[in-house]
Design a protein around this ligand. Sequence first.
Ligand code: URA
Length: 218
Amino acid sequence: MAKESAAPFVPDKADLARLREAARECRGCDLWEPATQTVFGAGRERAGAVLVGEQPGDQEDRRGEPFVGPAGRVLDRALAEAGLAREDVYLTNAVKHFRFTRNEGGKRRLHQSPNTVEVAACRPWLAAELGVVSPSVVVALGAVAGRSLLGPSFRVTRERGVVQACPPFDALGARPERETGVRLVATVHPSAVLRAEGRAEAYAGLVADLRVVASLLG
Ligand code: URA
């Protein structure tokens, strides 16, 4: 087993409440220490779609819930426009702790993307969540989520909006070899919409990709 891994902390045959409780004590990598708390997934236990982001941001870290900051507001609006509601999906992240550095004055916490070791270490939590929720569609929001779900060759520009097979949940991080019937749709991360020069166009692309998800859910 990899040195850094959440696996020893993930209880067997647990429901979401038990997983969430256990994730509070996760020490599977070093990110727990500077973070305020573990930010576990949230939403319906039996949702048709699970949306996977990168990692909690500053506000999520303080509040303990995924997608409650600026990126979450973009996501909520895009979901609604695509005919989906936050209440009907399960929202989570590839990594469950906020990774940050401090600005020069030390007051502001600046987001840093998680590295490949941290993403791999946290993958057992994502696999466990997917196993319990058992969605028919998994949505990768951005490159980190895409690589956690499909492996290092994932490219968001090439694969966004395309319906593909999702790997079995116990074998995430690899292109699927056996067919499970679960679909995967990738799209841009909502924060990329906020950073984009052509924000309206980037937002329209996010909505279009989420409409693909909505069409799969019927
Ligand atoms: N960005 C993410 O990827 N996830 C969150 O929960 C918030 C911002």
